[in-house]
Design a protein around this ligand. Sequence first.
Ligand code: ADP
Ligand code: MG
Length: 742
Amino acid sequence: MNQDINSSHRNQAIRDVLTRIPRKFDPPRDENGKALKISDFFGVNTFDLQKMKEKLPKEIFLKLISTINAGKPLDREIANSVAHSIKEWALARGATHFCHWFQPQTGLTAEKHDAFISFDDHHPTLEKFSGSQLIQSEPDASSFPSGGMRTTFEARGYTAWDPTSPVFIMEHTNGKTLCIPSVFISYHGDSLDEKTGLLKSIEVLSQRAIELLAPLGYSGLKRVTPTLGAEQEYFLIDRSFYGLRPDLMMAGRTLLGGSPPKGQQLEDHYFGSIPARVQAFMSEMEYELYKLGVPIKTRHNEVAPNQFECAPIFEEANIATDHNQLTMEILRKVATRHHLAVLLHEKPFAGINGSGKHNNWSLMASSSDPNLDGENLLEPGKTPMQNLRFLLVLAGVLKGVHQHAGLLRASIASSGNDHRLGANEAPPAIISVFMGDLLNQIIDEIAAGKDSGLSAEAAMIELGVSKLPSVMKDNTDRNRTSPFAFTGNKFEFRAVGSSASTAFPVTILNAAVADGFTQLTTSIQEKRKTTSTLEAAILEVIREAFIESEPIRFEGNNYSTDWVTEAEARHLPHLKKTPEALHQLNTRASKELLAKLGIFSEAEMQCRFHVRLERYIKNLWIEADTLKSMVDTQIVPSLYAYHGHLSQGAAASEALGIKGPQVDTLGRLSALAEILKTQRGQLDQALSAAEKAVTDEQKAQLLAEKVSDAMLDIRKTCDELETSVGDQYWPFPKYREILFFL
Ligand code: ADP
Ligand code: MG
């Protein structure tokens, strides 16, 4: 027989990969052939406020701005005018179609394209785009997850333009489409998407922050906007290897595969020089993003082999969320052009670092007072009063995160992130906050009342808060193990998974902090009745918040097993896997909180719970089915082929009267085959038990435990087989190939 039979595709892939050269990408040039600067083409494919201002009549533009600032729906009267100028701009740039671009609860984006052309009696064909087409669209929405909120017979959901996010043109190989960022709402007005809740949370947080700061005399404060910079980690592998791995194609992660002799232990990849093919990919990817107005700023190698990161300059959280979706889409698209596959999964390879999406989050003031306008409210200030403000905002964040740690854990729960949390270089499933030495000490001193007797002003000086900016600057990344770290002038929510939309985690974070702020505002009003000065009342409230939220602060190593024990003693929730974590969305307290803040009604929370649980179940089911087919149709046949080959040799030796050297190996392989067969049966049993589960929660629990355990057992045996079966017989590209060829 042809002993190459199983691995011939794999060998062909290796040969292909070895001869690949970086795809040439010509940077855009002017008519004289001179390369353009990024600023020459940045945002050419977005119709932002600047362009609107140029194109729209002044009064229409002003009305649009006031609509955007008030977060209100667009008036039909001005919509036609806005639609007209958008259409003219889009046609001039060569767009033929338009679509409402929205974010259903799949974590991805969705779009349905319509051509601009239409007919009427006088003009056989012409391009049309009305105000109502801009404002609203009705996709056939019955196939999007709704968590039971919209039954299929009443499938009418509609999308509505979100004018706070600029429209943009997406280019594809043979055309261009105008995309209108939209929210997706049921016929009854329930939010069916990821964006509606985010927008509401941004509004309510702004309101509550203004109320909190009002007593401090910030009367000119108009808005407080959460800002977001999402660092995006990803793996790149050659597409030929990808195509030979059903697990990567179906589940986004390897379900089997043994560790290579060299993994990441040499730590030579981090910030190392970027491979030429990847460099070529990055340049083109960044070019595409710049045209879309996505401010991608940094690029580098990450810790694991073939792992990379890109990060943007931060923006308002709403826009940053859209831009992160575009980043993921462009990463995928451009990778294909370079014969690469981008892996956004949180843990594509066992034993190798996973990928996260660090959500850098802060609060920015908009004010008629130029001294306050554009200020970062999490930036320690120069004056004692600025520092009091800083500590007050900080106290609100700590209070919110402490009280709603379980909800925050739920906001990042997914089957992919379960493999990452707690693993290499990944934060654990316990939410805690890292503050850094100096700030932690200041907080402790305030909590212990060491400043008592001092005026708020003297206390600020005594505590040395103003030293923070310079100290934190050198100190920001000292603790990489924390899921939620203060890094000088912003928080970094690191537990978010690499493939996740930032919308839901940021919505929940905004909600938690808004709640913290509200409680502080009430406490200040109460305290004010008994304290001599307002500042004293504020300092007292800060102190109480620091004392109350003390359990959430943790400066040590989050990966240590001691932390798990300690966190339990501190009564912090430790929700290891998705089903437990998601349960937090369904508690009375969570539903009341989100309803009280006007972000999600109880039904909308219920919907989020169901959609996420269902997705978890589907993902695990897909993984199990993929593993079964890999074992049955590829591994077992390879094992038999190799076994057969050895048996022939053994038989030939025996005919000559010698004991063949193959016999021992045959014995070992037969034993492994037996084990695999048993484990395969156990997986079937675990799956059929899950199938019989009455509720989705029970089903998810069985998949998280029994089925996952059975899959891990199979993996162990398969990985042992990988090192025992002749290399020429092994069907799947191995880690050493996938991760070290580019
Ligand atoms: P590091 O995390 O290595 O200290 P940076 O300071 O460059 O790196 O920040 C990482 C990310 O944080 C970037 O995307 C950056 O734009 C973002 N960021 C910086 N300041 C803010 C802010 N005030 N609000 C939100 N994100 C911010
Ligand atoms: Mg960082």
